[in-house]
Structures are given as C-alpha cells and as structure tokens.
Design a protein around this ligand. Sequence first.
Ligand SMILES: N[C@@H](CCC(=O)N[C@@H](CS)C(=O)NCC(=O)O)C(=O)O
Length: 198
Amino acid sequence: MKLLFAPASPYSSKVRMAARHLGIELEEVRVNTAENPSELVDANPLGKIPTLITDDGTAIFDSRAIMQYLHRLSDKRLYPKKDEKRTEADVLEALSDGICDSLLAIVYEKRFRPPELVSQDAIDRQWAKINRGLDHLDKHLPKIGKKLHGGHFALASTLGYLMLRFPGEWENGRAALTEWPAKFAKAFEPYPALRPKA
Ligand SMILES: N[C@@H](CCC(=O)N[C@@H](CS)C(=O)NCC(=O)O)C(=O)O
C-alpha cells in the first residue's frame, strides 16, 4: 500500500505512527500538495494528505478513514473494544485533529494570502479554539498504559506539530501537556522519527 504524505503534515504523522505501531508496512511517497500532483488529485479530489492507495488501487482518505481502515486490517487493533473507552479515544482524536485544523488554518492564512489581506481576526478566532482545546487537554490527558490507541497517536502528532510550527506560543501554563510528548516517546520509540518534521 502506498501512503501519499509529507513529513510536516500532522495527519500524515498520525497515520504513519499508527501503521508502524500495528506493524503494517506502507510505501511512503512524499508529495507536495501545493503542486497538485496528478498521483494525489487523481486519487483524492480534495488534493489533501494523507491519502492511502491500497494494493487494488482503492484510495482512502481522510486520515480518520485511514485509521479506521488500519484498525480493521490489523489483528492488534487500533481502538479499544469497550464502548466507553472507544468513545474516549474517538473524541480525543477528534479534538486533537480539530486543533490541527485550526493550526493549519492559521498557517495557510499567512502562507497563501498577501500580507495586507491577512486577517488577524480570523487568526485570533482560530487561536481561541486552539487555546480552549489545549487547556482541556492539559486537564484531561490520556494515560499512557500498555495499549496505545488512535487518540494517543492523534494527540502526539498535534503536539509534534505545535513543537514544529509554534514553539513558544502554546506551552505556557500547560506543564502536563508540555511533558506528555517525552512520556509518549518512552512508550512509542519511533515518535522522534515520525512526528511532524520540516
Ligand atoms: N481532515 C483531513 C485534513 C487533511 C489536511 O488538511 N491535510 C493538509 C496537510 S497537513 C493538506 O493536505 N493540505 C493541502 C490542502 O488543503 O490543499 C485529514 O484528517 O486527513
């Protein structure tokens, strides 16, 4: 199976970590979404990564659909069996991904608009969501036990993206959250290699 990805992409990082955790081998193909390469847009009309292309040519996106697919593919499973724990993992993933959506909205606002058209109001609106999300996470961090699940990988990639693109802008007053990546790296050794990178 081929995974179209970019090293800095947090959603790609989540999926790559999950696949590694499950022992699923992926042929990783690096793409530049800004160039709309045909390999990507022919598979995913949205032109977004990660996009997984299975051996029979089926394209699977977005990252949560890929995570669910990997979960079904592997005996080890990526999400808890019990309903309550499963919902917790799903909501943690939704919150972590949602924070990434807001972070990316800020990155794109600055990257793709001429400086005079960048809207500080739009940026502040996204920061309000991010800050509420991070405060919530700081108080409700998931335990890192024997079984890692999709929510752990989503949180780890979001924090990795913050460390990459927003150093110094999110850590203050959030000691537990700031310490979490180092704890996660002890439970999942490939984290330093697979977290979002420039
Ligand atoms: N909800 C999607 C978001 C994917 C996404 O926005 N990926 C970014 C890179 S991190 C992308 O492809 N951006 C290019 C674009 O929006 O054109 C997912 O979970 O996979």
